[in-house]
Design a protein around this ligand. Structure first.
Ligand SMILES: [Fe+2]
Length: 304
């Protein structure tokens, strides 16, 4: 069971969702029966069944498919670990859809849009420049553009609830640090990550960023468990070790499987899910937006 002690930071997007969208979206149609704030306000204590998603990267078709699966699975709420935008052709639609999430965190791509793409490769940087333009379209109302920017600017870098910590990158650097499976051999790096942040204790940390799903377990030596190795299920409630769970990527998987990736957590276990989506629709959106490097579309076909 999880005890909710107060509302989690929903951004200023809700008024936007309830408003009008002259640029074509009809947000009222996109809002499903998921009402986490209502549940929290009226019930206070709920059995935990939460979807954790990350790295949507402007891939609206993948985001829609994952949201449909989350609804089918009966999750109580959805937490998003960042990188809603960057790389993909539909940043505005993805920001709108993120209004369904009870929590949205900042990823390195939101950070890059706000403060500059430091350390980005040329293709990723080109996508950031294109994305910035999309968030300030002259033919969209100024208020709508402002809400898009306010949403991104209002994102938190980490969130802790009970024994669970949520970040985009790692507990040591919540937006930018990559933790790859080969890092389990770097004991000092892993020790520092698992002991961070110094002022917070946690048992489960959810992260994204690498676009590779799996479980890092604090043991001697550290372990990385690929979802396939554990039948897509890790029972954390009966185990003493701290774990860091990479939820994979909704919109740009890089583990050789082109399907969208996300996880569900309940009071006992974490479940890895892979979802087919309309890839052709996303590829067509890339064709319609030649300002994005072609490579970013090509890699979606391979999931790399
Ligand atoms: Fe990412």
């Amino acid at each position: 069971m999880v005890v909710f002690t107060g509302p989690v930071g929903r951004s200023g997007l809700l008024p936007l969702l309830e408003g009008r969208f002259p640029c074509g979206e009809k947000p009222g149609e996109k809002i499903s029966g998921l009402l986490p704030e209502f549940n929290r306000m009226y019930w206070g204590v709920l059995p935990l069944k939460r979807a954790v998603i990350s790295d949507i990267h402007g891939n609206h078709a993948a985001f829609e498919a994952v949201m449909a699966d989350i609804e089918e699975q009966g999750c109580g709420d959805i937490y998003c670990l960042g990188d809603l935008i960057g790389y993909g052709p539909d940043p505005r639609e993805c920001i709108l859809m993120a209004g369904k999430c009870g929590l949205n965190l900042m990823g390195n791509h939101e950070e890059a849009v706000l403060f500059g793409p430091i350390g980005f490769n040329p293709k990723a940087k080109a996508a950031i420049d294109w994305t910035k333009e999309q968030l300030s379209l002259a033919d969209c109302p100024e208020e709508e553009n402002r809400e898009m920017w306010n949403f991104i600017g209002g994102l938190a870098k980490q969130h802790k609830e009970g024994e669970i910590l949520y970040v985009h990158g790692s507990p040591r650097d919540p937006t930018r640090e990559y933790v790859f499976k080969q890092d389990i051999r770097d004991r000092s790096k892993m020790d520092e990550i698992f002991d961070s942040p110094p002022d917070l204790s946690w048992k489960v940390c959810f992260a994204g960023h690498t676009h590779h799903p799996g479980v890092f377990a604090q043991s001697v030596p550290y372990l990385f468990l690929d979802p396939a190795q554990i039948d897509n299920r890790y029972e954390y409630s009966t185990r003493p070790e701290r774990i860091m769970v990479n939820v994979g990527s909704v919109g740009q998987p890089r583990d050789g499987d082109s399907r969208a990736s996300y996880v569900i957590i309940d009071d006992e276990a974490i479940y890895f899910r892979r979802i087919e989506y309309d890839l052709e629709r996303t590829l067509k959106r890339f064709e319609e937006n030649p300002g994005l490097p072609e490579y970013l579309a090509e890699r979606l076909k391979e999931g790399k």
